[in-house]
Ligand binder design. Structure first.
Ligand code: 4AZ
Length: 259
């Protein structure tokens, strides 16, 4: 009897593929339970996800300013798990208007935040929901645990078919700045975050930009930039949802809301 059990166990082990080290990502993350991030938006061109975003109002997606593309054919997919194919839960929109933060600076990467007005109103349901803006704009303490998700590049070097997420830890700006000397200034409008485990590399990467960083359950930042992806000791940088940005978001939405 026990030998039967042992044989069963061994055959099970034989058919379960091993989790390859560092190969299960965003970089170092895992596929989310389908539709467990119902506020995630995929910003796509030709079925390729170029950026992420979060649905903050029924007609508005918050993303990064560097995600603005002057090319046409941009679509915003809500309710997706596999964003590049049609899924019954999806709601697909075009961008009616781009509102990059007017102070966005491409070289310093300061103010990397943008609102997209969709060409229709999303229907909220189990698969499509709003991500509320934070009601407090207090800074996020170093050591705070955060999560981020996206369809961006994985450690295979290719974008992910399915939405993936990972867990990160906030790093103080001083230590973050020391990694970005000769690159850019890490300002109080930015947050830095790195994998919580020194040995398991995990990070956002190309294509994850614009997606939400959620710290202690609160929408806290937007994927912005980084020197490479998943490099040891190299945090990723996020636009921090400061009071100034929240006020700007509220102003744009109230000025441009459909009657
Ligand atoms: C990008 O190119 C990008 N590792 C986003 C995040 C990071 C690096 C690059 C952070 O959109």
């Amino acid at each position: 009897m026990t030998s039967h059990l042992l044989a069963l166990l061994l055959s099970l082990i034989a058919v379960i593929p091993p989790q390859r080290y560092g190969c299960t990502d965003i970089i170092g993350g895992r596929v989310v339970r389908p539709h467990s991030w119902p506020y995630m938006a995929a910003i796509q061109r030709k079925n390729l996800t170029e950026c992420g975003g979060a649905l903050v109002e029924k007609q508005w997606v918050l993303t990064a300013a560097h995600c603005q593309s002057n090319k046409s054919e941009v679509r915003v997919v809500l309710g997706a798990h596999q964003a590049s194919i049609a899924e019954k839960e999806q709601q697909i929109f075009k961008v009616m208007h781009y509102f990059p933060n007017p102070q966005f600076d491409r070289s310093s990467k300061e103010n990397d935040i943008m609102l997209l007005k969709l060409n229709g109103i999303a229907k909220l349901n189990k698969f499509v929901q709003l991500l509320p803006l934070p009601d407090s704009c207090e800074d996020i303490e170093p050591g705070t645990m955060c999560k981020v998700a996206g369809w961006g590049v994985t450690s295979s070097g290719k974008p992910s078919k399915y939405l993936r997420k990972t867990t990160l830890k906030i790093v103080g700006r001083k230590s973050c700045q020391s990694k970005y000397v000769n690159y850019t200034k890490i300002t109080s409008n930015m947050l830095c975050a790195i994998g919580k485990n020194k040995f398991l590399k995990t990070d956002a990467c190309q294509g994850d930009s614009g997606g939400p960083l959620i710290c202690a359950g609160r929408y806290s930042g937007i994927v912005s930039f980084g020197k490479g992806c998943g490099r040891r000791d190299m945090p990723g940088v996020y636009t921090r949802l400061t009071e100034k940005y929240i006020d700007w978001i509220k102003k744009i939405i109230s000025l441009h809301r459909d009657p």
